[in-house]
Design a protein around this ligand. Structure first.
Ligand SMILES: [Zn+2]
Length: 150
């Protein structure tokens, strides 16, 4: 096992830091990955490590950007250490899809295939089990963040 797993997994609360998959329903530990690949100059310390499920990590590979299908532009990928998840993504409880709220969010969803049929199907089961309840309440529009006084 990756020697950094205990620290990185605890920091991530045992969820994939890209698609928010709950590690508890998997039969093997999630993977410690470099957010920015060392081959492209990424550091080898905790500020450049994240916890990723197999699916996200397989498609992320050494990519650092992806295509925003809404604008057609190439955008950098979501950075779990620098970006806030709920700034870029929202879980659509009814469909099990994850919506990209920003160009970075949409490019990450496309590159990591976060809304692939198997991802969406699994996510709907996790939602049924209440494993996305926290994320849903965090995304609740009544919870604030919506209105800011001008
Ligand atoms: Zn994932």
């Amino acid at each position: 096992m990756n020697p950094h797993y205990p620290t990185v997994a605890a920091r991530a609360a045992h969820r994939c830091e890209y698609c928010y998959a709950p590690e508890v329903v998997f039969n093997s530990p999630f993977e410690v990955e470099h957010v920015f690949p060392p081959l492209r100059g990424g550091s080898d310390d905790d500020s450049n490590r994240a916890l990723a499920c197999r699916s996200c990590n397989v498609f992320k590979r050494d990519y650092v950007d992806g295509l925003d299908l809404e604008t057609g532009s190439t955008e950098r990928l979501f950075h779990p250490r620098l970006d806030g998840w709920s700034e870029h993504f929202r879980i659509e409880a009814e469909t099990g899809r994850i919506l990209g709220l920003t160009p970075v969010g949409r490019a990450t969803i496309e590159r990591l295939r976060i809304n692939s049929p198997s991802q969406v199907s699994a996510r709907r089961q996790w939602a049924r089990l209440g494993l996305f309840a926290h994320a849903r309440s965090r995304e609740n529009p009544q919870g604030g963040a919506r209105s800011r006084e001008r």
